[in-house]
Structures are given as C-alpha cells and as structure tokens.
Design a protein around this ligand. Structure first.
Ligand SMILES: Nc1ncnc2c1ncn2[C@@H]1O[C@H](COP(=O)(O)OP(=O)(O)OP(=O)(O)O)[C@@H](O)[C@H]1O
Length: 209
C-alpha cells in the first residue's frame, strides 16, 4: 500500500500564491486527476508529489507499507511522464529505453522490448533504426508510456498523458492506467481532458489564484 499525503501544502513562487493550503491523500489502487485551468499549478503539484520541489509550507509525505519513502527509496518506486522529459535525439527508441531503464538498474530483452512496442502501438518497422529526434510528438509520447510500463514503478505521476495522442492513444492511456490501478499502483494525472477527468476515481481541483 502506497500513499501520498499533502499536509496543508501551500505553494508560492516569487511571493505569489499558486495554491493551498491543500490537504489530500492519494492511495494505491486508484486514479486521481489533478484538474484546473492553465497555470493553476497542476504540474507543480505533481513535482511536489515526486519531491522534485519542496513546498513553501506544509509537507508531502509518501508512505509505503508503514515506511516513509524519501530520496532513492522514493525514486526507485516512482515514475513520471511529463512534457519536460526529452529523449536523446541521436539515439533510437531502443537506445533511449536502454539508457533510461539502465538508470533504474533494469534491462529489457529483445522479446520484452518488441512486446512493449506493440503494447504502446509503435511499429518496429517504422521506428527500428530511426533516431528519437525523427519521431512525431505522438510517437515520442508513446515511447514515454513504454518507458513507464517497463520502469516497474508503482507510483505513476502523469502530466497530461494524453497530450499529442490520437483517439486510440488516449484510449491506450486510460486502459493502461486503469490496469495499473487495478494491480495496486498509485496513479495521479494532471489533465485538462474531460475523458481523463471522468475516468479518474477522485479529483484534486485547483481553483487558481
Ligand atoms: N519554477 C518556477 N518558478 C516560478 N514560477 C513557476 C515555477 N513553476 C511554475 N511556476 C508558475 O506557477 C504557476 C503554475 O504552473 P504549472 O505549470 O504548475 O501550472 P499548470 O496548471 O500545470 O498549467 P498548464 O495547464 O498550462 O500546464 C504558473 O503561473 C507558473 O508560471
């Protein structure tokens, strides 16, 4: 069981309040949507959950089986899909995946790699020898999903996961996220997409200041 608890969290930048105080708890087995208009702080909230950012006030506590996760113990269990993630443009899909998964001490054999490509709707004959810099934005988004699926993480923080995806790609995200939650993962996505909002089990709505 994994939980992320926001304890009276306030975020300010340059003295300007973005949101808060927020009191919320996210738990494994559920999809939580973070919603709100552009600039309301959705991405910021995910960064706080990932401990990539410290809140101006309050605490973000991540617990797993009664133990608090911090530093490496948190990073090992957490994966983030974000528009800020860039692939190395002069590496292939395989090269990028090997690099990113290698950082987590994971490796994929060829059979698992091919199965993963198929699962995210990337065709080997299209992308086999191409550099990631030649991919369309939707193909890159699918590759991010492949890295997520292979990461072994049980905390999924997804920033606009359906962005740049076609209808089939958006369905794929919904399906994979639901399966992940059913398998006991914690899924939290920041979204402005009504279908992703509707598919979530709960929502944190940021009002904007
Ligand atoms: N590191 C930072 N330093 C200063 N201001 C920041 C920083 N990060 C975010 N902000 C500001 O905080 C506010 C919230 O930004 P954030 O990216 O979290 O919003 P968002 O809800 O994800 O927006 P969008 O829907 O456009 O993706 C914005 O006004 C942004 O300019």
């Amino acid at each position: 069981m994994v939980t992320i608890r926001f304890e009276e969290v306030i975020q300010r930048f340059h003295g300007r309040t973005i949101f808060g105080p927020i009191q919320a708890e996210l738990a494994s087995g559920r999809i939580v949507a973070v919603t709100g208009q552009n600039g309301s702080g959705k991405s910021t909230l995910l960064k706080l959950a990932a401990h990539l950012l410290l809140p101006t006030a309050g605490r973000v506590v991540v617990m797993a089986d009664g133990r608090e996760l911090v530093g490496d113990s948190l990073r090992r269990r957490l994966a983030m899909v974000t528009p800020e993630l860039r692939f190395y443009p002069r590496l292939t899909a395989r090269g990028n995946m090997d690099f990113l998964l290698g950082l987590r001490g994971r490796a994929l054999d060829e059979t698992a790699y091919q199965a993963l490509l198929e699962r995210v709707g990337l065709r080997e004959k299209e992308i086999g020898t191409a550099f990631a810099g030649e991919f369309s934005t939707g193909m890159r988004q699918r590759l991010k999903l492949a890295v997520l699926l292979a990461s072994g993480a049980d905390i999924w923080l997804l920033d606009e996961p359906g962005a740049n995806l076609d209808a089939a790609g958006r369905k794929l995200i919904l399906r994979e996220a639901r399966q992940a939650a059913d398998e006991g993962r914690l899924v939290c996505w920041a979204t402005n997409d009504e279908r992703e909002e509707a598919a979530a089990d709960a929502a944190i709505k940021l009002a904007g200041h």
